[in-house]
Each structure stands twice: as structure tokens, then as C-alpha cells.
Design a protein around this ligand. Structure first.
Ligand code: NIG
Ligand code: FE
Length: 412
């Protein structure tokens, strides 16, 4: 598929010139050019230049951007997109003063979505997730990581991972699968938690690795869920099977999860609402990416992750939605950027870098996607705005005009 995009008002490339991830002041450097044009051939970006100077080859589809803004597609590196049911009742309970933990202890929370997801057919799970992915793409996201974690038994976790794999095959979005069997303890293992941990290590991980059903393994390392010992056991076992660890860390309590992730070279540690100086020091001495999920703080009225201190310490930071039915029912990365700027003291430039190139790095994909550079996959989004800063500024609306995924202009 060949495509020429001309008359681009602002081409925000987020170029990294071969660097895996951007840190510190480099996160503010978007390498933007005005009055630009872009050539895409066979799904790859092949030329970037000034409008008028870069000539389109003959017989090529042309998009006249009419002065609009172009950004790399967003990379949402943390979502729980495959699930059944919904939890608006818990939302209402929180409005009346109940906390996330109180609702979970009363049988709601993750287990409530687990029950609905166990009952759902693969066909239904596929259909629900497919619609959500279409919506995500309409709001500028072109790559989505999806976790299992609402099955919590070998059969149902595999069912979810198979749905993710089918979506990966069929959907325009680039999809990356993560096994999150260690999301909560299922009711049947309530009195023997170790038996569930062993089932993950001895049965689920080898099967998932053998069938290539996931790239990453995630663990909800939290008090009342998976403690440091269980988390470490699962990390070591995952690595033995060639699966790469990620963690849900420091969401509700800081007790060493971030430090453990850094020690074991997790590709990312995500959440970090409670991360303190010990976590920051551990990350500083590692290659692990700090992924913040500001939508979760908004939705649960929890503190925000210390993004400013993390960036200022030179740690690579990514932003993701954490889209899920319990704690974050929004998949707009545009909205996450607004929260980053208003609640976490990030600049619009840092928010864009964290939502594109650094998100790609959190999935190990930043050599292929996450920026607009020659040789990279052509995932580019055109916005109906005159300045990129307008996107997080005018929030709660979708500014996307057109989405080009892998060189293909999507028809919504
Ligand atoms: O990332 N924290 C754990 N997991 C999800 C919430 C899942 C749920 O409540 O359904 C999260 O916030
Ligand atoms: Fe999550």
C-alpha cells in the first residue's frame, strides 16, 4: 500500500534515531517539522520532507492534510481489553464512599469480572474486544497490549489468550499478548493459595510458552494478592520459559514490588501510584520502564504516580490506559495525556513521547513502531487540530481525523 501525505501543518515524528527509549530532557524533543510531507510504501515510511520539495511518485494515493497535525499512532502498552460483563454498580458504590479494596473483599472487583468472563463464549469475548479495539483505533491507538487475567483457571486463561491470538490475526491493530494468570486468587484456591501459584508455574506457563500464546507475563504484586515471594517464583519460572516479566507494582501499597521488578529486569513496572524513593533508586539503576496509568488514579480517586520525579531521575517513562472494567473504563490515550499534563506535571511533549515511542519500548517494539522515521512501520494518525498541544488541552473529545495503520488508510 503506497500513500503520500502532504500539506502537514505539524509533523511530530518523536524520532529517537535508533535509541530504544527516550529519557530525561530527550522526552521533550519531538523532532517536529512544519509544512511537511510523508511518503509511505508497502506499509513502511520511506521519505520525510518539506511539502513541495518531496514529490509523490506517479500513481499513488494522496491525502491532503490541509495543515493538520500528524503524530505516530499511540501505543497503549497496558490494557485488559478481553472481558465480559461490566461493573457500573461498583462505580456507583464508590461514589457512595466504598473503596476498591472494600468492594473486592465483598466478592466484587476482579472476581466479579472473572465470573462473567468464565461464562462467556469465545465468540462473545472476541466480539466485545473487537468493538473496543475499533474504538481505540478511532481515537488514535494503533498498538494495544492485552492481558488475560479474568479467567484464573487453566482453561479460562487459555480461552482468553486464544481470543487475543485470534484478534491479533484478524484486527488492524498490532496486538501484543500478556499472560496475567496471577491477577487474583480464584475462589476455588482461596484456602490454598500456593496450589494456584504452583498451577501457574507447573502447568499454565509451560503450556502458554509452548503454544506461543503470550510474549509477556504480568503479576499483580500487591498485599492480599501476590506477595513478593510468589511474584519472584512466577518471574523466575516465566523467564525459564522465555517469557518476559512485567509487573503491576505499587498500586495500593509500596512494599518492594518495583525493586523486585528492577532486580529481575522486568521490561516494565506499571501503576506506581505509591512508589517512593526506594523504588525510584531501584529503577534508576535498571533498564526497566516505569509505566504510569493516570486514568486509574482519576477513576478510583487515588494518588497519581510521581511521574515528575521519575522523569527527572532519568528513568524512561511510558503512559498507558490500563483499560479494564473495574478501575479504568476509558481507552482514550488523548485523555491520558490530559491527565499527565494536569495531574502529573508532565509537559505535552513528554506526554506524547510517553504515549508513543516509550510505550513501544515497554513492549520491546520501539525499533519498529512508536515514531515516524524512515524504515519504521507506517502507523500515523492525522488530527483535526492546528497544534499538537491542542490535543491534551481540549480534552474529552476525539480529535482524530484519519488513521493510517501499517500504511493502510482505515475506513471507519
Ligand atoms: O490494573 N490492579 C489490578 N488489576 C487491574 C484492575 C482489575 C479490575 O479491578 O478488574 C488494574 O487496575
Ligand atoms: Fe492493569
Amino acid at each position: 500500500m503506497n500513500l503520500f501525505i502532504n500539506n502537514i501543518g505539524q509533523l511530530v515524528t518523536v524520532a529517537s534515531y535508533g535509541k530504544r527509549v527516550k529519557t530525561g530532557s530527550d522526552m521533550r524533543e519531538l523532532h517536529m517539522s512544519s509544512n511537511a510531507a510523508l511518503l509511505i510504501q508497502n506499509g513502511i515510511i520511506t521519505a520525510i520532507g518539506k511539502n513541495g520539495e518531496l514529490a509523490p511518485p506517479s500513481d499513488i494515493d494522496i491525502i491532503d492534510a490541509e495543515g493538520r497535525v500528524v503524530l505516530p499512532g499511540f501505543v497503549d502498552s497496558h490494557t485488559h481489553t478481553v472481558f465480559a460483563g461490566s461493573r457500573e454498580n461498583e462505580f456507583a458504590m464508590r461514589a457512595e464512599g466504598k473503596t476498591y479494596q472494600q468492594i473486592a473483599e465483598a466478592g466484587g472487583g476482579i472476581l466479579s469480572t472473572m465470573r462473567a468472563t468464565r461464562e462467556a463464549t469465545k465468540h462473545d469475548l472476541y466480539k466485545f474486544a473487537d468493538r473496543r479495539l475499533n474504538d481505540m483505533m478511532r481515537s488514535g491507538t494503533t498498538t494495544v497490549e492485552i492481558k488475560s487475567g479474568y479467567g484464573l483457571s487453566p482453561d479460562t486463561e487459555v480461552k482468553i489468550l486464544e481470543v487475543i491470538s485470534d484478534l491479533k490475526r484478524d484486527h488492524y491493530a498490532t496486538i501484543v499478548a500478556t499472560f496475567l494468570g496471577a491477577h487474583a486468587f480464584p475462589p476455588e484456591s482461596k484456602d490454598d493459595k500456593q496450589s494456584y501459584i504452583n498451577r501457574i508455574c507447573d502447568y499454565m506457563l509451560p503450556y502458554i510458552a509452548e503454544k506461543k500464546l503470550a510474549t509477556f507475563v504480568d503479576i499483580f504484586c500487591e498485599l492480599g494478592y501476590f506477595d513478593l515471594k510468589a511474584t519472584e517464583q512466577i518471574i523466575l519460572e516465566s523467564k525459564r520459559h522465555g517469557l518476559i516479566p512485567k509487573l503491576h507494582a505499587d498500586q495500593l501499597n509500596a512494599f518492594g514490588a518495583v525493586e523486585l521488578g528492577a532486580k529481575h529486569k522486568a521490561i516494565s513496572v506499571d501503576h506506581l501510584e505509591k512508589t517512593n524513593e526506594h523504588g525510584i533508586t531501584a529503577l534508576k539503576n535498571s533498564e526497566t520502564i516505569a509505566t504510569v496509568l493516570p486514568g486509574c488514579s482519576l477513576f478510583l480517586n487515588h494518588p497519581y504516580a510521581p511521574a515528575r520525579s521519575i522523569i527527572d531521575a532519568g528513568i524512561p517513562l511510558a503512559i498507558a490506559t490500563d483499560f479494564n472494567p473495574g478501575t479504568q473504563m476509558c481507552y482514550s490515550m488523548q485523555m491520558m495525556m490530559t491527565l499527565a499534563c494536569t495531574q502529573m506535571k508532565m509537559t505535552p511533549e513528554e506526554a506524547i513521547t510517553a504515549s508513543t515511542l516509550n510505550g513501544a519500548a515497554a513492549l520491546g517494539l520501539s525499533n519498529e513502531i512508536g515514531s515516524i522515521e524512515i524504515g519504521k512501520q507506517a502507523d500515523v494518525v492525522l488530527y483535526n487540530v492546528h497544534d499538537y498541544k491542542y490535543i491534551p488541552y481540549h480534552y474529552g473529545v476525539n480529535h482524530v481525523w484519519k488513521v493510517v495503520k501499517n500504511g493502510v488508510l482505515l475506513d471507519f
